[in-house]
Design a protein around this ligand. Structure first.
Ligand code: UFG
Length: 340
């Protein structure tokens, strides 16, 4: 019983995790509706590991489609749930779409795990649940703050639904990983982040600007309380994040989890400013980046970085790649995609 359903497995973090799972001992079934991902990533996964994961094209928020999938793969032992809408700004415009998609998906997957006897659930949560923390770095015990957006609230409510469900279902155990800011791409440049349209996130915007697709990067605010005035985040390599999922799943399979619902921060544990990212990118790419400082972006917090000692102690996980490595792989991927 080693079959894992990876929802959103064609997406950015999902595809990197599928590679690590298949390189470990797991058999993978991907479910994706390609609403914000690309079937090409399945080819990339195959080129990296020499085997192709099983792919089901379906929508996790559609119970009957998911029921069909579980009927066909009734030996699914666990789920890693990535599939979600994730644009913070869009979620403010379309809250019902975000709640319907992100929340129904969780409810469907937990219901089907219960019905078909699957036991393990790993959830993509986010440091967004901490809001602007009063004390840094944030630990898993830091207080949760009211979400700044419907998207952020789907992560908070998602954790609540999972916690309540596993407490009532002795057979299911779950781990929520609270991601900080994953960046970079697989070192092979076969898979990476490929945002549809204008990127929301900093690093894809930087690489697209360096590739000449965007005229300039706008840096949102230089009046924050930080060494250079720009906001601070905890950036880390997506391959390290992918490995955290394998360790979380291993922990559930081994039964070494200490409760039915556990939460871990996953980040580098270091705060870096936007301008430091720009400088590090210029150094590794050898490209001068065109940028301007503009006003703050609505809903942004000033600074956040993780205390990752719990993940280190319990999962044996810690970042291995440097910020520079991560930025270089992001740039190599962008160059490959654009044929530069
Ligand atoms: N930034 C810019 N210019 C850009 C894009 C981003 O200056 O074009 C800045 C942001 O203002 C922020 C930093 O770069 O200070 C990082 O921004 P990202 O959008 O890359 O990441 P965020 O930390 O804002 O967002 C991430 C996830 C969200 C999640 C949020 C929770 O991408 O899904 O963390 O804090 F909701």
């Amino acid at each position: 019983m080693n079959k894992i359903l990876v929802t959103g497995g064609a997406g950015y973090i999902g595809s990197h995790t599928v590679v690590e799972l298949m390189n470990s001992w797991y058999e993978v079934v991907i479910v994706d509706n390609f609403s914000n991902s690309n079937p090409g990533s399945i080819d990339g996964i195959e080129r990296i590991i020499g085997r192709r994961p099983v792919l089901v094209e379906a929508d996790c928020s559609d119970y009957s489609q998911m029921h069909e999938l579980f009927k066909k793969h009734s030996d699914i032992a666990g789920v890693i749930h990535f599939a979600a809408l994730k644009a913070v700004g869009e979620s403010v415009e379309k809250p019902l779409e975000y709640y319907r998609n992100n929340i129904l998906s969780i409810i469907n997957l937990l219901s089907l795990l219960r019905e078909f006897g699957g036991k393990h659930f790993v959830f993509s949560s986010s440091c967004t649940v901490y809001g602007q923390p009063d004390v840094l770095p944030v630990t898993e015990q830091s207080p949760l703050k009211p979400a700044m957006s419907p998207y952020g609230n789907t992560k908070k409510v998602g954790e609540d639904i999972i916690r309540d469900t596993v407490l009532a279902s002795a057979n299911i155990s779950a781990i929520a990983l609270r991601y900080f800011n994953p960046i970079g791409a697989h070192p092979s440049s076969e898979i990476g982040e490929l945002p549809l349209g204008k990127p929301d996130n900093l690093v894809p915007f930087i690489t697209q600007t360096a590739a000449g697709i965007r005229p300039k990067l706008q840096i949102f605010g230089n009046d924050y309380n930080s060494p250079d005035g720009t906001a601070i985040r905890d950036y880390f390599h997506v391959v390290d994040l992918a490995k955290a999922h394998v360790l979380a799943l291993d922990r559930l399979f081994k039964g070494s989890n200490k409760s039915n619902f556990e939460v871990f921060n996953v980040g580098a544990g270091q705060g870096v400013t936007v301008l430091e990212i720009v400088k590090a990118f210029e150094k590794v790419s050898g490209k001068k980046l065109n940028y301007e400082i503009v006003g703050r972006r609505a809903g942004d917090i000033e600074k956040v970085w993780a205390d990752t000692s719990l993940a280190e102690k319990e999962l044996g996980w810690k970042v291995k790649s440097s910020l520079e490595d991560a930025l270089l792989t992001a740039w190599n991927w962008e160059k490959k995609v654009r044929g530069i």
